[in-house]
Design a protein around this ligand. Structure first.
Ligand code: SOE
Length: 375
């Protein structure tokens, strides 16, 4: 299959590297203008630069469309690709509103178009190992799910980016950008769904860079939650935490032990017990077979990282696009789930109260039966 990429930023490069690793040709790139598409095509190593997004989507050279442009454009471009019958890999957020995410997920489902959303932290061997151990009952019933997703690239108020603008990035920034990754990976390893939450969104810096407009998107989210498995949870999300680069960390504390992961040190699993704590390395014989082994590329002590996880995500997504029975590829349904959680966080923060999100767990049902929450 041949790919076309919309966008030319950091994530477009990550997608292009993963496509190269897979041996997939990047047939073309489109960006906000012909000139930026030419520059992006050179950087990315794409065969050609398309003058417009419409021409890339319509091209018979492009079978899979990768949407890596600013958030506010995702829903429109992805919907155009779905209408053209193309497989779509769309960056999160799928859309900046629940309604648009729902419409898009439904359109893809009705058109029978295969989709993927890069919730790539599912593709670390250690994350799969935690999932295997939780499912096997090694730690008993999960009681407490806790952790954080912290970054510092916006800790200096002189820094800004298109993601800061609610017009380009959407009303939620920190939660929609990184909080949703944490929720996806914790729901993935536990098999549980967040049913109720109480969140507070805080904008630490009301102005950024030289921009005259005041900042409306949040830098910080604090959240308590409960799951359909009767676990309690707490999550801290921040893009202004000095020293924390991309620290997605979680701990699943169960009746009979705890398992923890930290994305900044992704090759070790921390297994806690009341008698003895253990550090287990990727590739060691203590790791499970199956998916854990399949995703392990190297012997212990040879670190795998973010790009490897992304490459594994894309390999599985393309496997699904080609009709292989690959499991656990995050799709538009998972993108919709993230939009629903973002909406719940936003409502909770506005109402300053717990919001019941139990109806959101129905995302697993056929997409056409999912109800948008009443705001
Ligand atoms: C920026 O905050 C960002 O690149 C996110 O957009 C990604 O989803 C995350 O994986 C890393 O940080």
């Amino acid at each position: 299959m041949r790919a076309g990429i919309i966008g030319g930023g950091f994530m477009a490069l990550v997608h292009a590297r993963a496509l190269r690793a897979l041996g997939v040709e990047v047939a073309g790139v489109a960006s906000s203008s012909q000139a930026s598409a030419v520059m992006a095509a050179e950087r990315i190593g794409a065969t050609r630069a398309f003058p417009t997004v419409g021409e890339l989507i319509a091209s018979s050279d492009v079978e899979v469309v990768h949407v890596c442009s600013p958030n506010s454009t995702h829903a429109t471009f992805a919907a155009q690709a779905v209408a053209a019958g193309k497989a779509v890999v769309c960056e999160k957020p799928l859309a900046t509103t629940v309604e648009d995410a729902l419409r898009l997920a439904r359109a893809a489902s009705e058109a029978g178009v295969p989709t993927a959303v890069p919730f790539v932290y599912r593709f670390y061997p250690v994350v799969r190992e935690i999932r295997a151990r939780v499912m096997r009952g090694d730690i008993g019933r999960p009681l407490l799910l806790h952790g954080s997703y912290l970054q510092d690239w916006l800790a200096d108020p002189a820094e800004t980016d298109w993601r800061v603008s609610s017009t380009l990035g959407g009303a939620s920034r920190a939660f929609a950008d990184i909080g949703v990754h944490w929720c996806d990976v914790v729901e993935f390893v536990t098999g549980q769904r967040i049913t109720r939450l109480n969140a507070k969104m805080t904008t630490a810096f009301g102005s950024r860079g030289n921009e005259p407009e005041s900042v409306e998107t949040e830098d910080i989210v604090t959240m308590m939650f409960e799951t359909d498995g009767q676990a309690s949870g707490s999550l801290m999300v921040s893009q202004v935490s000095s020293g924390r680069k991309n620290r997605l960390a979680f701990s699943i504390d169960g009746e009979a032990g705890a398992l923890a992961f930290n994305q900044e040190e992704p090759n070790t699993l921390w297994a806690g017990s009341t008698t003895e704590n253990r550090i287990i390395h990727t590739g060691s014989s203590a790791m499970s077979l199956g998916d854990v082994q399949r995703l392990t590329l190297l012997p212990p002590g040879h670190p795998q990282g973010y790009q490897d996880a992304f490459n594994a995500f894309l390999a599985d997504a393309y496997g699904r696009f080609e009709g292989l029975p690959v499991r656990d590829v995050p799709t538009f349904e998972d993108g919709l789930r993230a939009a629903l959680l973002t909406d719940a966080v936003t409502r909770s923060s506005q109402l300053e109260s717990w919001v019941d999100v139990s109806s959101l767990t129905r995302v697993a049902a056929p997409v056409s039966s999912v109800q948008a929450p009443v705001s």
